[in-house]
Design a protein around this ligand. Structure first.
Ligand code: SAH
Length: 507
């Protein structure tokens, strides 16, 4: 049930350090009911997909060195929308109350007499470092934690940071912000009495696929950071705990860590590919190329549904087809038995899974997940005069329908959904592809390939392509793209395994 407060409210939500899985349940709940989301540069834009499509999304981030929007403007927006009765989510990187100016925003809302709530988040200073295999405290060595900012606003006096106090505090020190001041900060800490040999690390993009960790000492870290051209956001940590990374570096040791893979996928399609690649440590991001929409021509679908009990077989060829079919079926009928006695055939493990989600069993699934293989099975059965429904994508291959007709079946080839090019870059995938490129790009259907080409994005040099099966590969070749890898079983788990092998062997 969607409950909306009668008066406006602003939730200051911690987005965590980057891994979308580190958003809290409460944070997700707030996003789901948002009318407006105001997000900053450090909050992962992928989280925006939890907000309703209709929610207004406003970027209020700072880009290093320049202010996209001034703090006063952000405060002003929070107040304006909340006062107008909206449910506002202010999404901030890490925890909103640690160096995030979340305190200032809360004060502004309180001063305006408006309702607000704070949803704490996983801070980069603790959770982000855990992804680099560094616990911020450790019983035998570090039992105290100092978090400080290395950021010196222009014109600010350097003495605003009390290096003596930081250096003399026992335990771990974590520096947020101010990567460009790292040389000054490490020098000051050394002058203030910390040993140059104190273990130190710089972690950038913590908890994301592109996380990078540089390990050195207080004396060497600044040089190393410069030589490695460390990206932002980055934080530095000083203390014996850094040594634990040697045995605790779980995140960066995963098989696909550091591999940047663009996954072309429809935004509304439940994928599993992105998650599976990330599970293996890949820096996988989604390139939304297609969107699933109801078919423009609906008559055939409506007629097929009205007459659904008359079919002997229903053949599903994609998870989208299953979803579109059953969504409409359950809109038309209350009772699952209205499907009648039709037997169900599917192509592909993902399609089968979707059918089972609707609590229907499967009568036929060919070993190979292509239409030709299904036809072979149908040839063994006698389908003469049998009525077969093919609920499919508009513009799908004709082969299956015509071959079934050649076997004497009466076929209704019915478009139940349509794939159209995606134009909205909500999670920033298109921007990433353009700016950072990728080591590999995956295609899970012919239409993802066709629609990817329609986006007109430049192909990064040396990029490899991964295809889910021969039909998709054929489409890729037609479009002039090479096929570096093809899933032997033409489904997502097989594609994931092929990608893992590709990188572990070619490495
Ligand atoms: N409220 C945030 C911190 C905001 S200050 C939190 O709790 O994490 C911004 C600084 O946090 C950055 O300059 C950087 O030092 C650090 N930071 C935030 N996210 C980070 C990440 N994913 N990896 C490394 N550092 C990060």
């Amino acid at each position: 049930m969607k409950k909306k407060p009668a008066e406006g409210i602003c939730y200051l939500v911690g987005a965590g350090p980057g891994d979308p899985g580190l958003l809290t349940l409460r944070g997700c709940e707030c996003l789901r009911r948002a009318d407006v989301v105001i997000y900053d540069y450090l909050s992962n834009p992928e989280l925006l997909r939890f907000a309703p499509e209709s929610a207004e999304r406003i970027y209020a981030g700072k880009i290093a060195g320049q202010h996209a929007i001034h703090q006063e403007e952000t405060n002003g927006m929070l107040i304006k929308f909340t006062r107008a009765g909206k449910c506002v989510v202010r999404l901030k990187g890490g925890d909103p109350f640690l160096f995030g100016r979340g305190g200032e925003e809360a004060v502004a809302l309180a001063a305006a007499g408006l309702r607000f709530e704070v949803v704490p988040g996983v801070t980069s200073a603790i959770g982000g470092l855990a992804y680099a295999g560094i616990p911020v405290t450790h019983r035998t060595s570090n039992s105290m934690l100092t978090i400080f900012t290395g950021h010196e606003g222009p014109g600010k006096d350097t003495s605003s940071i009390d290096y003596k106090a930081i250096a003399s505090a026992p335990g771990t020190k974590v520096m947020l912000m101010g990567l460009k001041n790292l040389a000054t900060v490490t020098r000051e800490l050394t002058c203030a009495g910390m040993s140059e040999s104190t273990p130190a690390a710089l972690v950038s993009n913590a908890s994301m696929g592109r996380q990078q960790t540089i390990v050195g000492t207080l004396g060497t870290l600044a040089e190393l950071a410069k030589a490695n051209e460390s990206g932002t956001p980055a934080m530095a940590i000083f203390g014996e705990v850094v040594n634990l990374r040697g045995s605790l570096n779980w995140f960066e040791n995963r098989p696909l860590f550091g591999r940047r893979i663009a996954v072309t996928r429809s935004r509304t399609q439940v994928s599993g590919l992105l998650e599976a690649l990330r599970e293996l440590g890949a820096d996988a991001y989604e390139l939304p190329t297609i969107r699933i929409e109801p078919p423009r021509e609906k008559t055939a679908f409506v007629e097929a549904l009205a007459d659904v009990r008359s079919y002997d077989w229903i053949v599903f060829t994609s998870p989208n087809g299953v979803e579109a079919f059953f969504n409409a079926f359950y809109t038309a009928y209350e009772d699952a038995r209205e499907l009648g006695g039709a037997r169900l055939a599917v192509i592909g493990g993902g399609t089968a899974k979707k059918v089972r989600e609707y609590r229907f069993g499967i009568d036929l699934i060919p070993k190979e997940f292509v239409a030709e293989s299904l036809l072979k099975e149908f040839k063994k059965l006698n389908v003469e005069h049998l009525r077969i429904l093919l609920p499919r994508a508009a513009g799908a291959r004709e082969l299956l329908a015509s071959e079934l007709e050649n076997l004497g079946a009466i076929v209704d080839d019915v478009p139940v959904y349509e794939t159209v090019p995606e134009r909205v870059d909500v999670a920033g995938g298109m921007r990433r592809f353009r700016e950072e490129g990728a080591d590999m790009i995956s295609f899970t259907s012919g239409s993802t390939a066709i629609n990817f080409m329609k986006l007109g994005l430049p192909m990064p040099e040396g990029i490899k392509t991964a295809s889910i099966g021969p039909v998709t590969s054929g489409e890729l070749r037609k479009l002039g793209l090479p096929v570096d890898l093809e899933a032997p079983q033409h489904d997502i788990p097989s594609l994931v395994e092929a990608i893992r092998r590709f990188f572990t062997i070619s490495n």
